[in-house]
Design a protein around this ligand. Structure first.
Ligand code: FES
Length: 64
């Protein structure tokens, strides 16, 4: 059975690094909230929205 609280990072061939998992946020009043999150981090340096992938790796012809 897969651990649902595990945070993972997956390299997409010729694309971004995709991070998926949960994050625990502690607010100033001490309450704790858990959020599921997913983000794509640019590996090609062509994104106009760094550090996030904006799909520019396709136009840039990124291989990696
Ligand atoms: S990896 Fe997608 S824009 Fe760089």
């Amino acid at each position: 059975m897969e651990n649902q609280n595990k945070t993972t990072a997956k390299v997409i061939e010729n694309g971004p690094l995709v991070i998926m998992g949960s994050i625990e946020i502690t607010h100033a009043d001490g309450t704790v909230e858990t959020k599921e999150t997913r983000c794509s981090i640019c590996r090609c340096a062509a994104s106009k929205n760094k550090p996030y992938c904006d799909g520019s790796h396709r136009e840039a012809g990124f291989v990696g």
